[in-house]
Design a protein around this ligand. Structure first.
Ligand code: SF4
Ligand code: SF4
Length: 180
């Protein structure tokens, strides 16, 4: 395996929880954008941004989906910010085995934010009327590992052995759909 230095554009969404009012417009537009065909339906359970909404405690926290993790984390913390208590997983972006968040409801496959690939700006940012979400880009130097074709085959074979060809094919199809 060889390594390469590269400049990569890192895209992120800055979240201001003090501005969020829990309207869920971000969930609606995200799920509609990713519906097949596009905009044919909306279902917050399919959204790649989810809002923890607890009006009694005045808690509104939008979080967009990050990577899938195979195992639950070992240590969790409670957060108290400005006198408000937040549950242990409230700020976590992972699609993880310990909760249903960020999983496609029918297949159970993990969902990950793709920054609305193809759009000039993420749609959840555009649809948030109170500017709780701000799109940001920054350049970062990263070290990239070049994977040789042999390594790809070995990795795929291991995945097929572990999860079965159908599951792996489903995931590859889902990834290529989100890239297409
Ligand atoms: S659209 Fe904005 S205000 Fe509404 S839930 Fe999402 S982040 Fe909060
Ligand atoms: S950037 Fe796009 S894909 Fe990501 S959470 Fe927002 S609407 Fe969904």
């Amino acid at each position: 395996m060889t390594t390469n230095k590269k400049i990569k554009t890192i895209k992120s969404i800055k979240i201001d929880i003090d501005k969020c009012n829990g309207c869920r417009a971000c969930e609606v537009i995200c799920s509609a954008f990713h519906a097949m065909p596009k905009y044919s339906s909306n279902n917050p359970a399919r959204s790649r941004i989810r809002v923890t909404r607890e009006p009694i405690r005045d808690v509104y926290v939008p979080v967009y989906a990050g990577d899938y993790v195979v195992a639950e984390c070992a240590g969790r913390d409670k957060y108290i910010i400005d006198g408000k208590e937040y549950d242990e997983c409230t700020f976590c972006r992972a699609s993880c085995p310990s909760r249903d968040l960020f999983k496609e409801p029918d297949s159970g496959l993990p969902l990950k934010c793709d920054m609305c690939e193809g759009e000039d700006e993420p749609l959840c940012v555009k649809w948030c009327m109170v500017d709780a979400l701000t799109y940001e880009e920054r350049e970062e130097e990263i070290i990239e590992e070049e994977v040789t074709p042999g390594e790809v085959e070995t990795g795929l074979e291991a995945l097929v052995n572990k999860h079965g060809i159908d599951k792996v094919a489903d995931i590859v199809a889902q990834i290529s759909k989100s890239k297409g």
